[in-house]
Design a protein around this ligand. Structure first.
Ligand SMILES: Cc1cc2nc3c(=O)[nH]c(=O)nc-3n(C[C@H](O)[C@H](O)[C@H](O)COP(=O)(O)O)c2cc1C
Length: 218
C-alpha cells in the first residue's frame, strides 16, 4: 500500500493556512486511496532541537564507538528523518513563509536529514517521486509588487527538494494571508479570499491526481 509523508511546519495550529490547504490535498487523496498510510512529521509545534544538527554533522567524523551520547542520539534522529523520507511514495510539505525565508525549524529539519549518508552530496535520494509544497505568505511577492525579489524561500526549497533530492515538485501557493487581520491590507481581502479558494481547489485536484498515480503504481 502507498505511503505518503506529510510534514507540517507552521508555528500555529489554529488558523494555519498551510495546514488547512495540506489537509485539503490529503483528504482528496485518502478519499480515493483508502488504506494509504500517512506518516506525519510535525516540526512547527514540536521543533527538533536546534543543537542536533551540529551533533549529527560532526558525528560523521568520529568512529562510531567514540561518539558521545549526544552524537549517538543525533545520528539516531537523522536516521529516523531519512527513513521517513526514503520509505514514502509521495510527499506533502506544508511550509509557511517567515521573515522572508523558511523558519529555522524547517532549515534544521533539512540540515539534519542531510547528515544521513543516504542524503550525501551528489546522491539523488528520492528520484522522480511526486511531492507537493504548500506555502503561505502574509504578503505578495510576484512581479510588480513592492516586495518583488524578497521571497528567499521558494528558490532554496526548489534547490533542496528538486535539484538535491530529485522530487517531482508541484507548488501550491496562498498569498496575502495577512490581509484579513491587517487593516492596511483591507483592500486586498477579496483577492486574498480568491487566492485561498484557488489554493484549496488546486490542492484537491492534486490530491485526486496523486491518488490515481499511486493506484496505477500498485
Ligand atoms: C513570525 C512570523 C514572521 C512572518 N514573516 C513574514 C514575512 O516575512 N513575509 C510575509 O509575507 N509574511 C510573513 N508572515 C506571515 C505568514 O507567512 C502567514 O501568516 C502564513 O499564512 C503563515 O502560515 P500558516 O497560515 O500556515 O501559519 C510571518 C508570520 C509570522 C508569525
Amino acid at each position: 500500500m502507498s505511503t505518503v509523508f506529510r510534514l507540517d511546519s507552521s508555528i500555529r495550529k489554529e488558523g494555519s493556512v498551510t495546514r488547512a490547504v495540506a489537509s485539503s490535498l490529503e483528504s482528496a487523496l485518502t478519499a480515493e486511496l483508502e488504506g494509504a498510510t500517512v506518516v506525519r512529521r510535525e516540526i512547527g509545534l514540536t521543533p527538533l532541537p536546534s543543537t542536533v544538527w551540529a551533533q549529527s554533522a560532526f558525528a560523521g567524523y568520529v568512529a562510531e564507538e567514540q561518539r558521545t551520547a549526544e552524537q549517538k542520539d543525533a545520528v539516531a534522529l537523522a536516521t529516523t528523518l531519512a527513513d521517513e523520507l526514503v520509505s514514502a511514495d509521495a510527499y506533502i510539505f506544508a511550509v509557511p513563509f517567515y521573515n522572508y525565508g523558511v523558519s529555522q525549524h524547517f532549515k534544521t529539519w533539512v540540515d539534519v536529514a542531510l547528515t544521513d549518508s543516504r542524503f550525501a552530496p551528489g546522491l539523488v535520494p528520492l528520484p522522480g517521486r511526486p511531492a507537493y509544497l504548500v506555502v503561505a505568505r502574509g504578503g505578495a511577492y510576484g512581479p510588480g509588487t513592492p516586495r518583488e525579489g524578497w521571497d528567499h524561500a521558494t528558490d532554496w526549497l526548489r534547490r533542496v527538494l528538486v535539484d538535491m533530492w530529485g522530487l517531482e515538485l508541484e507548488i501550491i501557493e496562498s498569498e496575502l494571508t495577512l490581509a484579513e487581520v491587517t487593516p492596511a491590507m483591507e483592500a486586498l481581502r477579496e483577492l486574498a479570499a480568491d487566492n485561498l479558494r484557488n489554493a484549496h481547489s488546486a490542492a484537491q485536484e492534486h490530491g485526486k491526481h496523486l491518488a490515481g498515480r499511486l493506484i496505477s503504481a500498485i
